[in-house]
Design a protein around this ligand. Structure first.
Ligand code: SF4
Length: 503
């Protein structure tokens, strides 16, 4: 009889398919050229000429990607006045493309077994203090009852470790379970309508199967693009130790028919300037080779984890000011991309991020396995180091976040229409670049916001949200009159209890 250890080793030995790396490489070279990036950073002007910076900002404002050399110039801007101009441009771009919408979602960890040994992660295989668990179908249903029936989420990012217990069959079955749950709410029913997936790199065939289960964006973060640091953080001999298998996962995902891919970096592992340049290279490579750039970019920042090997005086930890600059530059460099800031960050940083071009935020987040339904009411604030990957910085509930966003003039969108109407991949990229995507999204954002307020909003949230909806309706009347009749019909039907209407 085979032991579990032998089974796991044999599973690991079948995972990486070298031909699915090599085929995308350019004469054996990958697209992250460390020497070139270091040179571009070194050669950028130390005190950029304001005229040059303004030319770059004008290019961003015209929704054109920046070159890595231009990004290197922006990285060196320190003058407070110029930084203010960058902030102003980033916000204007965000409003031009995405308007005043913030899309919300919840993270949902389904298992924390992992064969890897990443130095910075509490789930690493060497961490004997971590309590391991994989959710059963019944447990998933209980979690979704809370997420969709009590909190009111419509979108999830589901997270899986790399382990045979969380392999492709488990992922597909868990997605089916998630989509099958319908829960009665105050005035209608709640369900999860779009599941984005954050999972390990798979081969094309497995990615195709995952796509067929009906997913939104597939996310794999490179963590660090710097090869030496990557090798130091991800020991050789582990699956994650293979830099290029991870680097080319998004190529494989697009080839497998997944239209929307999300990339990211764990900022703080290496010099943020290098990582930022690499993110730009990555999205441009995807666009050049496969016709579709990154649908979303995420930029988690390194925070403490149980038994992490990263010392407190690690030289690359990113301070708040640099972190804000990173967000600004991503918005300017890749103007069309969705930008996600998670509850890893403190509430004050996330509020500021809203004014810098962010498009997606989570709320009411609980990242200990099984803690949406298994916790006490305290579970959102009492965090469990031995059951979660990191400690959250923003523990606001969705209701609180919605009120705070409404006070800042932002609508919280639960829209999942684009994905269900085929507005994905190249189609959504073209709509975003031309600034026409906002027309559909504004309407659907208002409809879904109304639905959430009616089904889940506290009295306070309704008081903050309803005047915003009135203002939005007045704007639709003025700027999109052709859509007014159908919009008002859908809005009336939602007010009388119909659910999940979209344009
Ligand atoms: S970062 Fe991901 S791959 Fe690495 S140990 Fe943690 S869960 Fe596993």
């Amino acid at each position: 009889m085979l032991t579990e250890e032998t089974n796991t080793s044999s599973w690991m030995s079948r995972r990486i398919k070298n031909d699915e790396i090599v085929k995308y490489m350019d004469h054996g070279r990958d697209f992250i050229d460390d020497v070139l990036i270091e040179r571009q950073l070194a050669e950028a002007p130390k005190e950029p000429d304001p005229r040059q910076v303004r030319e770059i900002l004008a290019q961003s404002m015209a929704i054109k990607d920046l070159s890595p050399e231009q990004v290197a110039v922006l990285i060196n801007v320190r003058d407070p006045g110029m930084l203010e101009e960058m902030r102003d441009t980033a916000l204007r771009i965000k409003l031009k493309i995405y308007d005043n919408r913030i899309v919300t979602f919840a993270p949902f960890y389904l298992g924390n077994y992992c064969v890897n040994r990443c130095s910075y992660c509490g789930f690493n295989n060497d961490n004997c203090d971590a309590q391991r668990k994989v959710l059963s179908p019944d447990e998933i249903r209980r979690e979704i009852s809370v997420l969709a029936g009590e909190i009111g989420h419509k979108r999830l990012i589901v997270v899986y470790g790399e382990h045979p217990k969380n392999d492709v069959d488990y992922i597909i079955e868990s997605l089916k379970t998630i989509y099958s749950v319908r829960v009665k709410t105050r005035n209608g029913h709640g369900s999860i309508r779009r599941v984005n997936v954050n999972a390990p790199p798979f081969c094309v065939e497995d990615l195709r199967r995952i796509n067929e289960a009906g997913i939104g964006t597939y996310q794999v973060f490179q963590e660090t693009y710097h090869k030496e640091t990557y090798a130091r953080m991800h020991p050789a001999g582990t699956l994650k130790g293979n830099y290029n298998w991870r680097l080319y996962c998004m190529h494989r995902a697009l080839e497998a028919g997944i239209d929307d891919v999300g990339i990211g970096v764990l900022f703080g592992l290496y010099d943020w300037r290098f990582e930022l340049m690499s993110l730009v290279y990555h999205t441009q490579e995807l666009e050049k080779r496969l016709g579709i750039g990154a649908h979303t970019i995420s930029f988690p920042r390194l925070v403490p984890a149980l038994n992490s090997a990263i010392p407190a005086d690690w030289p690359y930890l990113v301070n708040d000011e640099d972190f804000k600059k990173i967000m600004l530059i991503i918005r300017l460099a890749v103007p069309y991309t969705g930008m996600i800031i998670t509850a890893r960050e403190r509430a004050d940083i996330r509020d500021e991020a809203v004014r810098m071009g962010i498009t997606q935020m989570d709320a009411s987040s609980r990242i200990a396995i099984g803690s949406y339904s298994g916790g006490t009411t305290d579970a959102v604030t009492v965090q469990k180091e031995d059951r979660q990957q990191f400690i959250l910085g923003d523990t606001r509930s969705l209701d609180e976040l919605i009120r705070d966003l409404a006070r800042m003039g932002h609508i919280t969108s639960f829209c999942t229409a684009g994905y269900r109407c085929g507005r994905t991949g190249k189609c959504i990229m073209d709509l975003l670049r031309s600034g026409t995507e906002g027309k559909f999204c504004k309407l659907n954002a208002v409809l879904t916001f109304q639905e959430w307020l009616d089904d889940f909003g506290s009295e306070e949230a309704r008081k903050a949200g309803e005047p915003l909806i009135d203002k939005e309706i007045a704007q639709i009347k003025e700027k999109n009159p052709k859509a007014l009749d159908i919009f008002m019909d859908y809005h009336r039907r939602i007010k009388t209890g119909e659910r999940d209407l979209y344009l």
